[in-house]
Design a protein around this ligand. Sequence first.
Ligand SMILES: *Cc1c(COP(=O)(O)O)cnc(C)c1O
Length: 382
Amino acid sequence: MIPYGRQHISEEDISAVVDALKSDFLTQGPKISEFEKHFADYIGCKYAVAVSNGTAALHLCAMALGVNKNSRVITSPITFAASANCVRYCDGEVHFADIDPKTYLLDINKVRALLEKHPKGYFQGIIPVDFTGNAVNMEAFRKLADEFGCWIIEDACHAPGGYFTDSKGNKQLCGNSNFAELAIFSFHPVKHIACGEGGMVTTNDEELYNKLIKLRTHGITKDPNLMHKNEGGWYYEMQDLGYNYRMTDFQAALGTSQLKRANDGLQRRREIAQTYFEAFKNNKSIIGQSGVVNGHAYHLYIIEVEKRKDLYDYLKTKDIFCQVHYIPVHTLPYYQSLGWKEGDFKNAEIYYKACLSLPMYPTLTKEQQLFVIESINIFLNG
Ligand SMILES: *Cc1c(COP(=O)(O)O)cnc(C)c1O
């Protein structure tokens, strides 16, 4: 069976987890800060906060930025629902702008047009998504956000190790928060780094960092510098309404061990993308594909075909399990109940009808990939 994505667990990963299980700490202990430090170094930011999953990371970001019932936030209709849901957890209003049909990313011109339709201050934030691992130009989004007084959360779940090149020619790694207030990652098994469940917030802002640390553990602090008084060694203060969004120490041990192979995995993903691109570039039945893009982290490799459902079903009979990313968020029944409807974002909906995510993970063998390509060609040319 060939899935669209899967984790790779090495013997070294297993010993790292076993070591953590034999230590004094099961939940948040020394492995957490170790993972946070290594991850911050890898992404190139000052602070990283490990949490229980990517959705929790998004929720804490929305809380730290003060999203409430008066907030309006813009995101992409082509993303996992969690990118939008985090605004709803805090009672804010989600708005969407359409995607660019070539990159599948939130179209900055559509975001500008939406911002310009309303008085300044109407929208509070933007959540761009490095969809498929294709890096958003965060420098351009920062400029736009500043014009309209908005904050930015970069949803970089698909893109650890991805980058764009800024106007000065510097590589800017996804989620380094040089242009966003906050960025988030997920360590779900299909993502680049697997922790079972897990997530990370990255930032360069010390104040936001301190808020996140507190909100991750019930809004409780034990830091004597942050407490109003101190009644003894047991004393703590719950200063805000937070959650238990902690990651366990053995998950963090797995994360640190996985991170050591992140660059090898990324290189392999880029090779797989190159092979797909070469195989399909002259095929007239492929009406669009992810292609070869500098700095792409290739969480997904997508092709667009007219007979998408038939191809999906055919490949399944060959034990090749592709996937569709994503059903446009604004057409999900919950978002329809909030007033959004089919027809609102044409590019997203046209894309959704044709897109298919092909197997893409570092341990996909050359033979398996050739079998996938051959099966697709047999279907399309047959
Ligand atoms: C996976 C993912 C999330 C959520 O992460 P979880 O760890 O599954 O909660 C959010 N946004 C995007 C774009 C994702 O791919």
